[in-house]
Design a protein around this ligand. Sequence first.
Ligand SMILES: [Zn+2]
Length: 185
Amino acid sequence: MVVFINPGHAPNGNPDPGAVNDTTGLRECDVAKCVADNVEQYLNAAGVTTEQLQSDSLGDICRTANDSGADIFVSIHCNAVDAESANGTETWACAGSYRGSILADCIQKQIVEALGTTDRGVKIATPGVNGLYVLSNTAMPAVLVELAFISNVSDEQLLADDQDDFARAIARGITDYELVVGGEA
Ligand SMILES: [Zn+2]
């Protein structure tokens, strides 16, 4: 199995760091990159081949992923809203992608269990309604993981301190998925 990993937003935050915590300055682009690097290490150690691209161009990301022949696509992000109380983990899959939903479910379960974050569940992105570009324009089962809320005090601490735990949980979710779908993946 080949896994394509996409840490959200631009490398080194230039020009787009994604969401930034007002108080601590923690940046989504840096959290996503660190978690993605660690996911790669865990997967490679488990014998799973990985590719990674962080880019400000969603078109480049999808083209590169599709050209790579990867079996699954995992985009890593942090959530943020104005309401500081909002917290928890959610994982998005594209409407109509049965395998994408299975992959989202496997990753969601592992993160919530490992980190103790609020389980906001698997969400379905419907193109033309609430579609997500990287889910609509990739050819393989694809998910977008919102690790936790960078705008929430306790979630922000997890995102700052427990990046390795997030990574291990995502890697476990991916290997769980491989078991569920069997050798076909
Ligand atoms: Zn993001």
